[in-house]
Design a protein around this ligand. Structure first.
Ligand SMILES: [Zn+2]
Length: 135
């Protein structure tokens, strides 16, 4: 997902990630695109959960939101903002968190924490890529 976000121009990006619901949809597709599997019991049948795009296991009733276990997990900022920051960081990893805070009217600490998650995720992708390439 991150690699493809990076390639979008700003207009396309804003069309795809324009509102909270669209963001959740992308996260859900990303996570469960290859099928649902319950993290608690391994069951593969689900029904719609309480929040948009969340899924609930029909066996153990465990419910998982579209954000859970993604970089937006426990992220306190609105998803649309989160995706914007993700977009900015993907395009320029050295972007300052002061600048982000100012631009999106957030606390610098919030941006710093979130950026840290994104950068870790990017590093992991690079590592995976290297492993694939060396095989
Ligand atoms: Zn389950």
């Amino acid at each position: 997902m991150i690699n493809s976000i990076k390639q979008l121009d700003r207009e396309t990006f804003e069309r795809i990630f324009g509102n909270e619901e669209q963001c959740l949809k992308v996260l859900a597709e990303q996570k469960w695109g290859n099928g649902f599997r319950c993290r608690k019991c391994g069951h593969t049948n689900y029904c719609q959960g309480r929040s948009p795009y969340s899924r609930r296991c029909t066996r153990c009733k465990y419910e998982e939101s579209a954000c859970a276990f993604t970089i937006f997990h426990r992220c306190r900022i609105p998803l649309t903002l989160g995706f914007r920051i993700l977009y900015d960081v993907c395009r320029d990893e050295t972007i300052s968190t002061y600048k982000l805070a100012q631009e999106y009217n957030l606390r610098q600490m919030t941006c710093w924490r979130f950026k840290k998650n994104i950068v870790e995720c990017l590093e992991e992708l690079k590592r995976e890529h290297r492993t694939e390439a060396s095989e």
